[in-house]
Design a protein around this ligand. Sequence first.
Ligand code: FE
Length: 347
Amino acid sequence: MTPSNSLLSIVCLLSAASAQAQDKVLNIYSARHYPTDEVMYSDFTKATGIKINRVDADDAGILARLKAEGAASPADVILLVDAARLWRAEVDGLFLPIKSAKLEEAIPTNLRAKPADNGGTAWFGLSTRARVLVYDKLKYSKTDVDSYENLADAKFKGSLCIRSGSHPYNLSLFGAMTEHLGPQKTEAWLKAMVGNMARTPKGGDTDQIKGVASGECGVAVTNTYYLARMLRSSNPADKAVAEKVGVVFPNQSSWGTHMNVAGGAVARHAKNTDSAVKFLEYLASPSAQNHFANGNNEWPAAKGVSFDNPALKAMTGGNFKSELLPISAVGMNQIKVQQMLDRVGFK
Ligand code: FE
C-alpha cells in the first residue's frame, strides 16, 4: 500500500466510524412535556442501541428553532402535541414526508397528514386526548354541559373558565367547531363564550379544573390527561380537587367529543433518517402506545391496541363517542379561528 493509499483508507475508516457513531444517536426536538415519557426513550435505546439526545421546548419554540437553524439543524425527529402546530410545521416545510408500511398500517388516516406529493406522509398522530368539560356539581347538572354549544348558553354567565383562546389546544377545538358549525355560527358561539367568562383567560388546563373546585368557575374546558393525572396523583389535595368536579364528554348525541393529537415527524434536514423512522415506528408499537395510555393518560392512536387505565375508565364509564374529523382539516382552520378570536375579543 502506498502512503497516500493508506492515508485514504484511514480517512475512509474514520468517516465510516463517525457515520456509524452518528447513526447511533438520534436528535429529538420534543414538545411532550410529560416526565412519564422517559421510560419510552430508554426502552428504545435498550432495544436498538440508538441513544437519544432530547431538546425540550414548547411547540412554538421548536418551530422557531427549526426555522432559525435551517439546513444546519441537528434535529432528526420532531414531537409536537397539537394538530394546529403539526399542520403549521408541515405547511412551513419543516418535515420530511416519509413512507413507512408499519406506520401506515398502525395509524388511521384521519390521524395523520394528507399524503404529500411524493406519496409520503409528513406527520403521524401517535396519541389522542379528548377536550372535555368539567363543572361544579353543586351548580349544574350533566345535561347542562353535554355539548360544546351549551357553553354559549346564558345560564353560564360569569361562570366559564378557559385558558387562552390562542393556545393550540383551543385553536384546534375551535377549528373543529368551524368544521361542524361553519364559521358564522362558530364566531357567534365564541362571542357568547366571551360574555360568559368568569375571568379573563389565564393559566393552563389544570388551573381551570382548580377554578371549578374552588367555586370561582362553574364550568371549564380541559384536556383529559390533566384531570386523569390529578385523579391518579399521590397528593391528596390534587386528588380531592379532581374528585370534586363533574366531567362530561360533550356531544355524545352529535359528532362526538373533540379529539386532538400529539404526533411525530422526521425533520426536513434529518441526518439520521433511518433511525428517525425506526423511532416513530417504535412509538406506534403496542408497547409504546400502551405507555401513552398508562403513563400519560392519553389514548393510543394506533389501531387495535388494548390498554387498562382505571382513571380513564372511571372518567368515560368505559366508552365514549369521539370526533372523527380528519385532524389535518382542524389544523388548517387555525388562522381563520385566530381572526374570529380577535374580532370577538377572546383573549
Ligand atoms: Fe398538555
